[in-house]
Write a protein that binds this ligand. Structure first.
Ligand code: PMP
Length: 312
């Protein structure tokens, strides 16, 4: 049974409060109509150095876009967003673990789009410093909803209902994650990450218009691939192309770069050399061991770690 961590503090109502006191009223639209948009951000310790949050501004900008698309007022400036996150980092950070943060705008007042007021709530969770193991991936019978229904471009909690069903389906099949196809039957993304595949030395990923979130991590991976002279192309991907891909990986802030070892029960050929090298490059960049010009690391606290850790 997976138990959600319950860190001592949460940022809510403009300041820190205790986990048990961070509650929403059952009558608010966040509860009755799932009115919330959010961002997941990751912070990494640098060996014997500071703790840096990856692409803070890109996440802020996407939160702003999600809020706009759902008509949720979002008055928080970038500096205030940064300062709010800094308060929680200061309160929760421990020197032996990385952290994942969820910054959510909950609709706390309003009715059917009138008088909407949102509160910025931030939670932070501790994470082990380790490279994820390769996973078994399946294809879900559930579909990513199209742009005219529940757009994948909006990072709203309600978008994860389908993802949840796909994960339940995957669990019964022994898969750690599932691919959601779009309503045209082409590859959209995984339940909480984007997907990349390699065929004949070229990395492909579906564009957001195929039903994928506009991923912050994918932009990093694209920039890294280009600087490593690996061709990277965004174009629609057929289901059968994925089934015969040389290499596959999931990519996202929390997923980082997870290699896939099998698809629909069939093992992939080989050791995924291209995506493995990108994975190593990714970790070296986010830990600032080998900085990449595209990767921005925001240091929000004076704390440093004495931990040397693996440098990948
Ligand atoms: N798609 C979905 C459905 C996600 O939840 C995520 C994780 N945020 C991604 C893609 C990857 O996005 P990002 O790289 O910005 O984290």
């Amino acid at each position: 049974m997976v138990k959600l961590q319950q860190p001592k503090y949460v940022y809510m109502n403009g300041g820190l409060c205790l986990w048990n006191e961070a509650t929403l009223h059952i009558g608010c639209e966040a509860v009755t109509r799932s009115l919330n948009v959010f961002e997941g951000l990751k912070g990494y310790w640098q060996p014997e150095g500071p703790f840096g949050i990856v692409q803070l501004r890109s996440h802020y900008e996407r939160l702003r876009r999600s809020a706009r698309l759902l008509h949720i007022p979002f008055e928080t400036s970038f500096d205030d967003y940064r300062n709010a996150l800094a308060q929680l980092v200061e309160a929760l950070l421990e020197s032996d673990q990385d952290m994942w943060f969820r910054t959510t705008l909950y609709g706390v007042e309003g009715h059917w789009g009138e008088g909407t007021v949102a509160d910025l709530v931030i939670t932070g969770y501790h994470q082990d410093k380790r490279v994820p193991d390769p996973i078994a991936l399946g294809l879900s019978t559930w579909r990513r909803s199209p742009d005219v229904s529940l757009p994948a471009r909006i990072k709203a909690g309600s978008n994860y209902q389908v993802a949840r069903l796909a994960r339940i389906e995957g669990k019964a099949l022994g898969c750690q994650d599932m691919v959601l196809l779009n309503t045209s039957g082409r590859v959209a993304e995984a339940t909480a990450s984007c997907i990349v595949m390699v065929r004949d030395g070229v990395i492909y990923t579906p564009p957001a218009t195929e039903g994928a979130l506009e991923s912050v991590t994918l932009d990093i991976v694209e920039a890294m691939a280009k600087s490593m002279n690996i061709p990277f192309i965004r174009r629609p991907i057929d289901r059968t192309e994925l089934l015969v891909a040389d290499e596959i990986a999931l990519c996202g802030t929390l997923a980082e770069l997870i290699l896939v070892k099998s698809i629909e029960g069939q093992p992939l050929n080989g050791e995924s050399p291209i995506l493995r090298s990108l994975q190593a490059r990714y970790f070296r960049a986010v830990r600032n061991v080998d900085p990449h010009p595209f990767v921005e690391l925001s240091v929000l606290t004076d704390k440093v770690t004495s931990d040397k850790q693996r440098t990948y």
